[in-house]
Write a protein that binds this ligand. Structure first.
Ligand code: FAD
Length: 418
């Protein structure tokens, strides 16, 4: 699609000088979301069931291989393009966008992130060989990857080594431990697990973090617990257990020690949780405009737009949405390895603004549209519940972002008070 032809809609990330590939992908995501995902969203929410039908559509559209490099048969989308597409999906189904993030991140981390992290020649060659297998599963088999990091400890916050361990054995690793909040549990073909290398010295070290793909069919691998949360119910984020699970050496998604370096080098990788919530903020705004205009399909054509207080609320929502889009897009476009201090601060600020702002917009939407708008047959109350979940996610919960920003503003690296 030529870059000069405008899109027929304003993307969730706002207007921008998109590339031809970005326009094509945004149009595809918008069409899928509007025509397929939006109508199904209530079903996943009500049943707390995984959006399998949406994944069939994503697979058929080639979007599961969005960020697999072209040289490996993927669409070769870069980080900004992923962030734009994910926000567009989030506009129509939050649970699909959030789980899609876990899947796509596993290709971004092994792809563009790993490319920006220093490695020895041997490590680079090993990584090139192993990621070929992993990319082929996505491209050839349409495989889906999960990203279970959380354990209920300080590990996912980046403040302690992961309690899940991997011990080196002949031909691979033995994995033991437990994860909580594993989105795509029961739906993924592979679980990209972060664990600490067990060197037998009882001195676990975060620098020894390993990133391993555990096939869903592995003996010793289990899924347990129920999933009945406030929002994001279609993510089906249950517990995982690993009892002496053997995984072969080729399941290493990054060479030993590289994940830890990657997390220091490429902080914007943690920002990939945000587009889902920018999408939800857009959905709350879009709904409010059509509700106040009396244009919501299936609802009585009652107009509420003539009241000045509602006009003011819509103006406030639009101001906040424009602020979210602007800082989001700026942070996305400047993301890369080794950001400057200002870029890092902007990244934290963008994450906080989107995660807290999405819930703010959803709250304002319900207040402004009024009592009838929060009925379960309309999407607004789901958007409100889904939007609350963003700033709970580690490592950048709203609290931890404030914590980092305050500390990193007042202390330069290595500075201490006596
Ligand atoms: C819808 C949804 C889907 C999710 N999907 C995934 C997934 O696919 N993969 C995944 O890995 N995780 C996922 N998560 C989990 C998420 O990233 C967090 O790990 C989880 O929400 C933390 O819950 P908690 O009760 O353990 O948090 P908390 O208890 O708040 O945090 C856990 C630990 O982090 C440290 N910590 C937290 N806050 C602070 C603070 N302010 N100061 C200092 N230390 C602090 C503490 O050690 C604390 O015990 C998902 C969460 C949600 C809501």
């Amino acid at each position: 699609m030529p870059a000069s032809i405008p899109l027929a809609f304003t993307p969730a990330v706002g207007e921008h000088a998109f590339t031809a590939q970005q326009r094509t992908l945004l149009a595809l995501a918008h069409e899928l979301g509007r025509d397929k995902f939006a109508a199904r969203a209530a079903q996943w929410d009500e049943q707390a069931s995984f959006p399998f039908a949406n994944y069939e559509d994503l697979r058929a559209a080639g979007l599961l291989k969005l960020c697999v490099p072209e040289s490996h048969g993927g669409l070769g989308a870069d980080y900004p393009t992923y962030m734009m597409v994910a926000a567009e999906i989030g506009r129509f189904c939050g649970a699909t966008a959030l789980t899609y993030n876990m899947h796509v991140s596993s290709t971004l981390w092994t792809g563009v992130l790993a490319d920006g992290v220093p490695m020895s020649e041997t490590q680079r060659a090993e990584h090139e060989r192993r990621r070929e297998l992993h990319f082929a599963r996505v491209v050839r088999d349409g495989a889906v990857y999960a990203q279970p990091f959380s354990e209920g400890s300080a590990a996912a916050a980046g403040r302690a080594p992961f309690g899940t361990t991997a011990r080196k054995v002949e031909g691979g690793w033995r994995v033991n431990g437990r994860k909580i909040f594993a989105s795509l549990s029961g739906a993924a073909d592979y679980y990209g697990v972060l664990c600490t290398e067990d060197k037998g010295d009882e001195k676990p070290d975060a620098r020894d973090t390993l990133y391993l793909a555990v096939p869903a069919t592995s003996p010793g691998f289990g899924i347990s617990g129920d999933w009945n949360p406030l929002g994001m119910r279609g993510t089906v984020s249950r517990n995982l257990s690993f009892a002496d699970v053997f995984v072969s050496d080729d399941e290493q998604l990054m060479p030993r020690g590289v994940y830890w370096k990657g997390a220091q080098t490429w902080p914007a990788m943690f920002f990939t949780l945000a587009p889902t919530y920018l999408g939800i903020a857009n959905a709350a705004y879009d709904f409010t405009v059509s509700y106040l205009r009396g244009e919501v399909p299936g609802e009585p054509p009652v107009k509420r737009r003539m009241y000045p207080t509602k006009q003011i609320a819509v103006a406030q929502m639009r101001i906040q949405l424009e602020q979210m889009r602007s800082i989001f897009l700026r942070a996305v476009l400047e993301a890369g390895p080794n950001p400057s201090k200002d870029q890092r601060m902007r990244l934290y600020a963008a994450h906080y603004t989107v995660m807290e702002g999405a819930n703010d917009l959803a709250r304002l939407a319900i207040r402004t549209c009024g009592g009838q708008s929060m009925m379960k047959h309309l999407p607004l109350e789901r958007l409100y519940r889904d939007s609350r979940c963003g700033s709970l996610m580690l490592p950048w919960t709203a609290e931890l972002v404030l914590d980092r920003m305050g500390r990193e503003t007042l202390y330069e690296s290595g500075e201490r008070d006596e």
